[in-house]
Every structure is written in structure tokens, then in C-alpha cells.
Design a protein. Structure first.
Length: 147
């Protein structure tokens, strides 16, 4: 029996709507990353973009546990000498509420052109409004105790 390998033209993409209100950052990020990669589908192939589109609403109401709000730091370097910049989770949320979730999901995707292509299918909104009603997204229900 031959192993099935998905072809890019035969992949059917769906739209998923995730309400992040009251959910933990890491839990939402892992669900989103798996949907973007297509790991929930039986025809998942690691080197082909088999994932779906994901819309996340209420990104400003995501929870973090413990002291992460003040102690968790995000770093980036400008490329110049002495150009290391850092910001706490709280500062990042004040700047843009979607940034912590974007960074968490991006870190869970492959670090190559395939991951960059998969990341473009993620749409994050701070409020409960989004502009993708025409795509008829299906609401994603979280499993487990964190509802």
C-alpha cells in the first residue's frame, strides 16, 4: 500500500472562528497553529500547506497565568550594535492586543517559507467584530475544562 501525499491543488480550505475570551494564551496558540498547519485533517502532509483559515476574535481578553503579565519579556534586535529591545507582556498588549498571540502562533509554525505562507491565513481581531462574514466561518469549540 502506498503512502498518501496531498497535492496543493486538491486541498479544501475551511474558515474557523475562535473566540479567545477567557482562554489561556498558550492553549489558543496551539489550537490555532494546528488548524493553520492542517494537522486536524487526515490528508495532512508536512511539506504541503493543507491548513485552514483561522479568525481569532477577542484577542484583547486572552488570559495569562501567574506573574506572566509583568514578568514575561519579549525580545527583538534591531540589527545595530546595542539594538536589543525588550517589552513585557503588559506593554505589548497595550501597544497591540494581537501581538502576543501572533508571536506565540508564529513560533509554533515552521520557520521557513511554508510557515510564512501558513501564517498569512491567520486573522486576529481585538474586539468581537470581524470582516469575514462572507466566508461563513465555523465556530471552533474548545475541549476540556477551560471553557
Amino acid at each position: 500500500m502506498k503512502t498518501y501525499s496531498a497535492k496543493p491543488l486538491e486541498v479544501e480550505r475551511k474558515w474557523h472562528l475562535i473566540d479567545a475570551e477567557g482562554q489561556h494564551l498558550g492553549r489558543v496558540a496551539t489550537v490555532v497553529a494546528n488548524l493553520l498547519r492542517g494537522k486536524h485533517k487526515p490528508q495532512y502532509t508536512p511539506n504541503v500547506d493543507t491548513g485552514d483559515f483561522v479568525i481569532v476574535i477577542n484577542a484583547d481578553k486572552i488570559k495569562v497565568t501567574g506573574l506572566k503579565e509583568t514578568d514575561k519579556m519579549y525580545y527583538h534586535h534591531t540589527g545595530y550594535p546595542g539594538g536589543l529591545r525588550k517589552a513585557s507582556y503588559k506593554e505589548l498588549v497595550e501597544k497591540n492586543a494581537a501581538l502576543p498571540l501572533e508571536k506565540a502562533v508564529k513560533g509554533m509554525l515552521p520557520h521557513n517559507t511554508l510557515g510564512a505562507k501558513q501564517f498569512t491565513k491567520l486573522k486576529i481581531y481585538s474586539g468581537d467584530k470581524h470582516e469575514h462574514e462572507a466566508q461563513k466561518p465555523v465556530k471552533y469549540e474548545f475541549k476540556g475544562e477551560n471553557k
